[in-house]
Design a protein around this ligand. Structure first.
Ligand code: FAD
Length: 422
């Protein structure tokens, strides 16, 4: 890698987080170069849910219409019990759109990734592949990255959007991904394959069950149907290396309702995703190097906010860069990077910490069994469908400062809540 001109910002990682950050910074007039380790830009996996706090940002980028055309705006989000298939609670997504001003959208991951990639190309982002970054260092007036092939690149600032197993994170903390012992199977299939399976064709549905859950929603204007099956792996709990295999999938859902079991043969059985997160960290910046997306805050997926938080990170950084920018000087961008990174770090880690820890607790609630499952069901059935106090702090406008961050719904510790039901 021997880029001929110096970029003002280097982004490492061309996933949803890296591309959206590159777009946000290019929109502020900066010269941005993305280095992606893979030989092509792309995304694996199936559907992605994008809550209003994300569609609001896509709208600012002028990308919401394209995303809406390729995705689906579901009518409701329904939570059901995976054993008896009874409704537990729901969100009315039309009302939710009125409340937050932006829709709840579901979209194929590769479609969202392609939308961002095209937007980057149009904006003039330099997009390089086959660039595996192996180390980062701060240098005078900027930061330097080194690649596996011996190449180096330097810029005023480096954004590390290199995902769950981030190399850059090692600059800030010596930690490891935390295994949840849960594993996800995915499958996006033509809609015809699920007709007659007892599906909801206009809703996002999550069936929550003992140590497992199952998610379903339509994709690509209703032509496709997305399913995700998640369960706790007994082999993972036993410390075996070969965990999450298809035999465990069938076993985990044996006691669930027909609507769930009908979906299992349609899951992709040749690959699965083991679920990891990391403990939250509150320092994301080392000099001119800043973490973004899963590199900073990989969550368990129960809040469907991982990609959303990554997109929010880029937006917030872009806004602070704009606020901390003087006129270009002597070939430099004119950005006061210390101030911009400090403002970014003053707001994003706390928000993402809340999401990561809430996702853990939310997952525990989904997976209860026995008496506690019945108690949870009673609590959820008692919830007013139009009570948004659980989600206002997430779905409202992305805060640029900690003062703008809404008061979080204060969850009652689960044990207290369950005790109150006895
Ligand atoms: P990644 O997608 O991991 O991208 C990192 C990129 O960096 C990759 O392209 C990688 O190749 C590259 N890279 C890595 N190391 C290097 C290196 N050393 N040098 C150069 N390049 C490198 N989120 C939602 O918002 N809504 C959902 O509904 C949702 N559902 C989910 C369901 C499941 C089952 C799972 C597993 C996750 C879900 N998520 C969801 C989370 C979401 O997928 C992630 O949080 C998001 O994709 C993270 O994006 P990222 O760009 O930060 O990281």
């Amino acid at each position: 890698i021997s880029p001929s001109t110096r970029a003002e910002v280097i982004v490492v990682g061309g996933g949803i987080g890296g591309l959206s950050a590159a777009l946000a910074l290019t929109r502020q007039g900066l010269r941005v170069r993305v280095h992606e380790q893979a030989s092509v830009f792309g995304e694996v996996g199936a559907g992605l849910q994008l809550a209003p706090n994300c569609t609001r940002i896509l709208d600012r980028y002028g990308l919401l219409e394209e995303a809406t055309d390729l995705g689906v705006l579901p009518e409701g989000m329904v939570m059901k019990d995976a054993v008896d298939a009874r409704d537990l609670t729901r969100l009315d997504l039309r009302d939710l759109e009125r409340r937050y001003g932006y829709p709840y959208l579901v979209i194929h991951r590769s479609d969202l990734h392609r939308i961002l990639l095209r937007a980057c190309e149009r904006a003039g982002v330099e997009l390089l592949t086959d660039a595996c970054c192996v180390s980062y260092e701060n240098v005078d007036g900027g930061a330097r990255v080194r690649f596996a092939d011996g190449g180096v690149d330097e810029a005023e600032a480096v954004i590390a959007a290199d995902g769950l197993r981030s190399v850059a994170r090692e600059l800030l903390v010596r930690d490891e991904p935390v295994s949840s012992a849960y594993v996800a199977y995915r499958g996006a299939v033509p809609f015809e394959k699920v007709v007659g399976n007892g599906i909801h064709d206009r809703d996002v549905v999550v069936y929550v069950g003992p140590r497992c859950h199952f998610v379903q929603y339509p994709l690509r204007g209703g032509e496709m149907f997305n399913q995700v099956a998640v369960f706790e792996s007994p082999k993972a709990l036993a410390g075996e290396d070969d965990w999450g295999t298809p035999d465990e999938l069938d076993e985990a859902f044996a006691g669930t309702c027909d609507q769930v079991r009908n979906g299992l043969p349609l899951m992709w059985r040749d690959r699965w995703w083991r679920m990891y997160d990391r403990d939250p960290i509150m320092t994301w910046v080392a000099g001119r190097i800043a973490l973004l997306g899963d590199a900073a805050h990989p969550p368990l997926q129960y809040m469907a906010q991982g990609a959303v938080m990554a997109i929010e990170d880029g937006w917030v950084l872009g806004e602070h860069v704009a606020a901390q920018r003087a006129r270009r000087t002597g070939g430099g961008s004119g950005v006061d990077w210390d101030a911009a990174f400090a403002a970014y770090e003053a707001v994003r880690p706390e928000h993402c910490r809340r999401v990561v820890t809430t996702a853990r607790a939310w997952g525990e609630l989904w997976h209860l069994e026995g008496l506690r499952r019945l108690q949870r069901n009673a609590l959820l059935r008692g919830r007013d469908v139009y009570d948004y106090s659980f989600v206002d702090w997430i779905y409202g406008p992305t805060a640029l400062t900690s003062e703008e961050e809404p008061e979080m719904f204060r969850p009652i510790p689960l044990d207290t809540a369950l005790h109150a039901q006895r």
